[in-house]
Design a protein around this ligand. Structure first.
Ligand SMILES: Cc1cc2nc3c(=O)[nH]c(=O)nc-3n(C[C@H](O)[C@H](O)[C@H](O)COP(=O)(O)O)c2cc1C
Length: 371
């Protein structure tokens, strides 16, 4: 499948604008998602083996997840499980619906297997997302793998009111997903990344955890707090990452997601990539791989392996995935890899990871390369 995708389908898809292909694919997956039979057929086709992983109180059938940004509007929720993903992260969603930045805003650099985007959180808003998620729950089509929601800040909300903006989305969506990721690391909303500063992030997390506790109590005996994670930028210095780490204990963070896209631009010999790299936005895919692994390794060391890390950035082969696991990632996510390798990527990664593991325990290999 992967060979056919790369040699037949991908060249055709790459003749068209990148966002149009994305939208068309999502519409197709949304249609597929409405049919139980088609989802079962797809799951049978990819036939992903199990590789169970436990993290922050949730059980993942395998450690390979869908990264945020692919299904911002939760239109294809069952399809991701059928494609073989062990979890999915929907969104980023903001409190208010917003159109995002003007197009074009998504570019490919095929020679580098990279994407560059400045979408700017185009999404239907927390209210519409909540309605869609309720519909998926009611339809009996809710996936059996953990589903997370990526929370962003609305563009119209001033930075000083960010905490209440995140908090309102969280309040609305609390009962509808298994975990939440606070995204303060997208380069495409003006000044958003300033929210990674310790005091600003602390204020956001305090607001979320207050709601978390109140919702848990209101939900009655046996209800559990929703795990809250923070997603960091690869462009943060190690000192700035340590500031984020210092909030893990005090704010009860369940984990860290490393990393978002980068504003850095690596050297390239490819003329087309050079043109793309001149665009404003965040770079993802192969050029991000090394830095994101470095960040994971640093976070793992600083947290002494006690905080689950979701490793994301430039994973397109089993080697890339394994490198991140050795650096300290207990869970993984892909976005750009899916565009370049096709839909058999998750199942291929799980098969390869199982082979590498050779019957050993997952927890024994996570972080083994950190010395
Ligand atoms: C078009 C596009 C949209 C994205 N939107 C979001 C988003 O809404 N929230 C977020 O946290 N990350 C977003 N990301 C970042 C990805 O989740 C991921 O962190 C990044 O692309 C690195 O992974 P990759 O190299 O596998 O693509 C987006 C990435 C792309 C390419």
């Amino acid at each position: 499948m992967s060979w056919y995708y790369r040699h037949w389908l991908r060249p055709l898809l790459f003749l068209q604008d990148s966002e149009r292909v994305h939208d068309r694919t999502l519409r197709w997956l949304a249609r597929l998602s409405s049919s139980r039979t088609l989802c079962q057929a797809m799951a049978g086709w990819f036939d992903t083996p199990g590789l169970p992983v436990e993290a922050f109180g949730l059980r993942f059938p395998n450690p390979v997840g869908l990264a945020a940004g692919m299904d911002k509007g939760a239109v294809a929720v069952p399809a991701w499980e059928a494609m073989g993903f062990g979890f999915s992260e929907l969104g980023g969603v903001t409190r208010h619906a917003q159109p995002g930045n003007p197009e074009p805003r998504m570019f490919r650099a095929p020679a580098e297997e990279a994407l560059l985007n400045r979408m700017g959180f185009n999404n239907p808003g927390a209210e519409v997302l909540a309605t869609r998620l309720q519909r998926w729950h009611a339809s009996g089509r809710w996936p059996s793998h953990p589903v997370g929601i990526n929370l962003g800040k609305s563009k119209i909300t001033p930075l000083g009111e960010a905490a209440s903006d995140y908090a309102e989305s969280f309040r609305r969506l609390w009962g509808l997903a298994d975990f939440f990721v606070v995204n303060v690391s997208s380069p495409n909303t003006p000044n958003l990344r300033q929210l990674q500063d310790k005091s600003a992030l602390d204020e956001i997390l305090a607001a979320l955890q207050e709601i978390n506790e109140a919702k848990r109590q209101a939900a009655g005996p046996g209800a559990r707090l929703r795990p809250v994670l923070v997603k960091v930028a690869p462009d943060l210095s190690f000192d700035a990452l340590d500031d984020v780490v210092s909030l893990v204990g005090p704010r009860g963070l369940a984990g860290l997601v490393a990393t978002n896209t980068t504003i850095a631009r690596p050297a390239t010999d490819d003329p087309m990539a050079r043109i793309v790299y001149h665009e404003m936005g965040g770079l993802s895919g192969r050029p991000l791989r090394e830095r994101s692994t470095e960040v994971i390794r640093h976070l793992y060391r600083q947290t002494e392996g006690r905080v689950p890390i979701i490793g994301v950035g430039g994973i397109s082969t089993v080697e890339d995935a394994w490198e991140k696991v050795l650096a300290g990632a207990s869970l993984l996510q892909v976005y750009s890899g899916l565009v370049y390798q096709g839909p058999s990527l998750p199942s291929g990664l799980v098969v390869g990871l199982r082979e590498r593991l050779a019957g050993g325990a997952w927890s024994e290999v996570v972080g083994k390369g950190t010395g």
